[in-house]
Design a protein around this ligand. Structure first.
Ligand SMILES: [Zn+2]
Ligand SMILES: [Zn+2]
Length: 289
């Protein structure tokens, strides 16, 4: 209680000292904007060459961070080289997670820096995203890549950086899905356009036989369906367990014979009209080819 603290000076002094230690420890160890370097406080365990265990004060030069993960220190280029076989896997995993975090934070300079390292740009990592309001219990993304994350977060700007840095467009996650395939379910045509303009395969298929076009047709997504067709998507490519193609799926959605997928806030009639428009577009392309 405040009253008792004020009435007992020795105890107050003790508490103030404890609080100072707690606050100081917080800034020293946990405050995100302060690193050991910037505060001038250096812990011995964090300032040892990862290869030869030489301490900074015993080394001839200041220890240098690995330029990719920036967490591992070396006293010399030789030590970095010698430790590379054992550091490579953890460095790549850490780099991939840092790149994914930078995409989430819309941090263009970090995304640009990490994209220069191909093993990170095209690296795969098992990754569970942080909980969000619409997904409080996220599931693990197996063999996830930075480009997949751009699609998931619908981040066009970061996607453009990755694509211009040479990200592999046909890279697959654990379910065999390419970024373009994931984008075909997003209802955001501008995402798949960036990938298709970069040369992504419009006929990419998931392991279960569903094609990009089947996914966009199922969602009644006119813009994505049109972008796929313009990029050369094959109407007859792929098929589900009933042998249905994109056109079959779209027609059934439009008629409501097997139920109609509706978006949030959409009436059944609005949904059917949306699917009819996609079915007409597919018919138009079928007549042309
Ligand atoms: Zn060393
Ligand atoms: Zn590293």
């Amino acid at each position: 209680m405040i009253g008792s603290r004020l009435s007992a000076p020795p105890l107050t002094l003790t508490i103030i000292v404890i609080e100072c230690v707690v606050v100081f420890s917080y800034f020293l160890f946990y405050h995100p904007s302060l690193s050991f370097e910037s505060t001038g406080f250096v812990m011995a365990s964090n300032n040892v060459c990862s290869n030869c265990n030489k301490r900074e004060e015993d080394a001839e030069t200041k220890l240098l961070n690995c330029s990719v993960c920036r967490t591992t220190k070396y006293c010399s280029a030789q030590c970095q080289k010698d430790s590379w076989p054992s550091h490579k896997a953890s460095c790549t995993k850490l780099g991939c997670l840092q790149l994914i975090a930078a995409i989430q934070a819309n941090d263009a300079s970090t995304v640009t820096r990490l994209s220069k390292t191909k093993r990170v740009l095209n690296g795969k990592v098992d990754y569970t995203p942080p909980p969000e309001e619409h997904m409080p219990d996220p599931y693990e993304m197996g063999k996830w890549t930075a480009l997949h994350e751009c699609v998931r977060k619908e981040n066009k700007e970061m996607m453009k950086i990755l694509v211009s840095s040479g990200a592999k467009l046909e890279i697959e996650d654990a379910d065999g899905e390419t970024p373009a395939f994931v984008a075909s379910t997003s209802q955001r045509p501008e995402l798949i356009k960036i990938l298709l303009d970069g040369g992504a395969n419009p006929n990419a298929m998931a392991q279960d036989g569903w094609s990009c076009l089947m996914m966009s047709a199922r969602g009644g997504d006119y813009g994505t369906t049109k972008a796929l067709l313009e990029a050369g998507a094959d109407l007859h490519h792929g098929g589900d367990m009933f042998g249905r193609t994109a056109f079959d799926i779209s027609s059934q959605q439009a008629s409501g014979d097997m139920g109609t997928r509706m978006s949030q806030g959409e009436s059944l009639e609005e949904a059917k009209a949306k699917h009819r428009r996609v079915a007409a577009l597919l018919s138009e392309y079928a007549a042309k080819n």
